[in-house]
Design a protein around this ligand. Structure first.
Ligand code: SF4
Length: 210
């Protein structure tokens, strides 16, 4: 890590010291379902959906046995509901049949579940099992590239670069720092560079001069 990157990380860590996931869940299974639902949907909207979903359907068996049309109706507001319902039902069936109804705590097992990619698996590993992990979503990808912390062409390469750059114990926190900076300041279309605490260090072509 060079001096510029070190300063960037230090400032982000201080600014977003309290950053946490906005998704509401009370166990690894609920986190898994909420994270699948969060694809291309806001955490706020997912929380509204899961607040009416989890009290009625609280286990993998309950989801696996639920008619697909019923699940689609309950998650319709979060977009991509047809694909999400199909994946959730198939993942829950696999949890029941292969993992004794429990969410597994390993990357290989997690990504074997339908609809679960590395991003979702990393969120579950880090937040439900306390395993250091960097889930690379659209914010983490964009912000880390703009700041010159990573250059890989895809999420997996970016994840590896960030892992190499950052100490293992800060991987999970760094995921939140980058997400929150991306949501609040370094937005995709109109980054608020005038308010950015990293403007003096940012060399991105997307940086807007005042
Ligand atoms: S200066 Fe602009 S582009 Fe660079 S990190 Fe800050 S908000 Fe993003």
């Amino acid at each position: 890590m060079d001096k510029r990157q070190k300063t960037i990380i230090g400032r982000l860590a201080k600014e977003y010291a309290d950053a946490r996931s906005a998704l509401q869940y009370s166990n690894p299974f609920e986190l898994l379902i909420a994270t699948i639902l969060s694809a291309q949907c806001t955490d706020k909207r997912v929380n509204v959906i899961t607040a009416r979903l989890f009290p009625r359907y609280g286990s993998p068996a309950a989801f696996a046995d639920m008619p697909a049309a019923e699940l689609e109706k309950l998650i319709r507001d979060c977009g991509l509901f047809h694909a999400k319902a199909k994946n959730i039902k198939a993942a829950c069936r696999m949890l029941v049949d292969k993992f004794a109804g429990k969410v597994p705590g390993g990357m290989d097992d997690l990504v074997s579940l339908p609809g679960v990619g590395r991003k979702t698996a990393n969120v579950v590993l880090s937040q439900a099992f306390g395993v250091p992990a960097i889930a690379v979503d659209t914010h983490v990808f964009r912000v880390s590239h703009r700041l010159g912390l990573a250059a890989g062409a895809d999420a997996e390469k970016t994840e590896r670069e960030l892992q190499e750059l950052l100490p293992r114990q800060s991987w999970s926190a760094a995921h939140h720092w980058l997400i929150w900076h991306g949501r609040l300041i370094c937005r995709a279309r109109n980054p608020l560079c005038g308010k950015c605490l990293l403007a003096d260090l940012c060399r991105s072509e997307d940086k807007k001069e005042k």
